[in-house]
Structure formats: structure tokens, C-alpha cells
Design a protein around this ligand. Structure first.
Ligand code: 0L1
Ligand code: MG
Length: 243
């Protein structure tokens, strides 16, 4: 597998639209599937007000998590396989039944969710110096690179899922902290928005999908030797090391 930065697509194709970019993503996903990789589920990106403002958009984006991206809880992420990775703490949803938009609401999502669990997403944009526009990021599968899921599953109905306090630490030092309402007001809203975005393409979320709902914390740069851990109030912990 190659590992190198590239110039953003929109440098050569400035008219690339968001819709074109999702077509590029679809091709990329098809190639990965032909190579034998399996989709674990979709991920939502740019779900915080800060990130949406930074990219000048009013809707999040989505991409897909593949089996080869999974790192076990407490496992190792190898820097030599990555470019310039960052980590963010997220809440993952496991769906108990299919969800089809349009008109999906957070409450309907919660009713269809079997479990939630803590997660760390490692994003690793392939673009030089992080210089990209929205279509570039969409075409790059929303920067998905690696994912670590915590080992504890929790029924969603036991918690106020918008009030989960989260800390993200590296080498024992808290690098960021936030409450889960940072994710479009409530992580279930993120899943509802995803179902509604997919409905525009005639697609739906499926029972068994594991969905990354978007960063609760900001994304923090990783370096070799880092020990990363995140704590989620009521949901448990998740962590990994960088070698
Ligand atoms: O997971 C995400 O929020 C996607 C972030 C895409 C932009 C980036 O690579 O920083
Ligand atoms: Mg993310």
C-alpha cells in the first residue's frame, strides 16, 4: 500500500462539485471492495460547529470505515503506514434495524440503536499540508484511516447521550475535552442526518452497521511513541499506542 501526500484534486479540477466528489468516493469504495475489503459502516465527519465553520459548510459529510482500518482496543497504530495522522474521540452507534430517510429524527435513531460504544478515529488526509476543499475531503473518503472501538457496549436508553463528558489524553496529558452535544447537538442527530443524506441517493443504513457519529473532541496530531486514551462518562474508555 502506498503512503504519500498528493496535491488536492480541486487544484486540477476546480469545478469538482460535492456530488462529483461523492461519485469519486463511490468509485474508491468499489475498488476497495473489489480488493476484498469489507465495510464496517459509515462515518460522519465535520459534525462540529467549529469544523463546519472552518470548511464553510452547513451539513456534515460521510465516508466509510473498512475492516482493514480496525485496530483493537489497547492495540498499535503504525506510523509508517500513515502520513500525518490525527486522532479524535467519537461515539459509535450499532444499529439494531435498518433506518431509511428522508425525515429521520434523532428519536427514531435512538429507538433503532442496539448499543453505543466509545471510539477513537484516526483521520489521515492524503492532501499535502492539509490543503483541501470540501469536495477534496469527500473524494478522500472523509479522511478515514484507522478506528479503535472500546470493548464495552452500552444500551443507549441508559444515558443522556448528548451529555456524555469526554476527555482525550496523550501520554497522560488531557489534550482536549468536550461534551457529546458538540456532535450536531446530539450524536443521534448525526445518524439521522446521515440516513437523510443517504436517502437522496436511494440508500439506507442497515441493521448491524457500526456508525461513527463524528468528533466530540477536536483532532490532535499523533507522533511515534504516543499512548492515546479517551474516557467517556458512562461509556468507558478506549486507547492505543503509536509505534
Ligand atoms: O472525521 C472527520 O471529521 C473528517 C475530517 C475531514 C477533514 C480533516 O481531515 O481534517
Ligand atoms: Mg471523525
Amino acid at each position: 500500500m502506498e503512503r504519500r501526500e498528493v496535491v488536492r484534486i480541486t487544484a486540477d479540477y476546480p469545478d469538482l462539485s460535492v456530488e462529483d466528489a461523492y461519485q469519486v468516493q463511490k468509485e474508491l469504495v468499489a475498488i476497495k471492495r473489489q480488493q476484498g475489503h469489507r465495510i464496517i459502516g459509515p462515518k460522519m465527519g465535520l459534525t462540529s460547529q467549529a469544523k463546519m465553520k472552518q470548511m464553510n459548510v452547513d451539513e456534515p459529510i460521510y465516508g466509510y470505515i473498512f475492516d482493514y482500518m480496525l485496530v483493537p482496543d489497547g492495540g498499535t497504530v503504525k506510523m509508517q503506514e500513515l502520513i500525518h495522522p490525527k486522532v479524535e474521540a467519537e461515539i459509535a452507534f450499532i444499529l439494531g434495524r435498518d433506518l431509511e430517510g428522508p425525515g429521520m429524527t434523532g428519536a427514531q435513531v435512538l429507538a433503532a440503536t442496539e448499543y453505543v460504544m466509545p471510539a477513537l478515529e484516526i483521520i489521515d488526509s492524503r492532501y499535502e499540508n492539509f490543503r483541501f476543499t470540501l469536495p477534496d475531503v469527500i473524494a478522500d473518503n472523509a479522511s478515514s484511516s484507522r478506528v479503535v472501538f472500546g470493548s464495552r457496549l452500552t444500551r443507549p436508553h441508559h444515558l443522556e447521550l448528548d451529555l456524555v463528558g469526554v476527555t482525550l489524553s496523550i501520554n497522560g496529558e488531557i489534550k482536549d475535552l468536550a461534551a457529546s452535544a458538540a456532535v450536531v447537538g446530539h450524536p443521534a442527530n448525526s445518524v439521522a442526518m446521515l440516513a437523510n443524506m443517504l436517502a437522496r441517493k436511494g440508500e439506507k443504513l442497515k441493521a448491524g452497521d457500526i456508525i461513527l457519529t463524528g468528533g466530540v473532541t477536536g483532532a490532535v496530531m499523533l507522533a511515534v511513541g504516543d499512548t492515546v486514551s479517551a474516557k467517556f462518562d458512562g461509556l468507558g474508555e478506549v486507547g492505543f499506542q503509536v509505534t
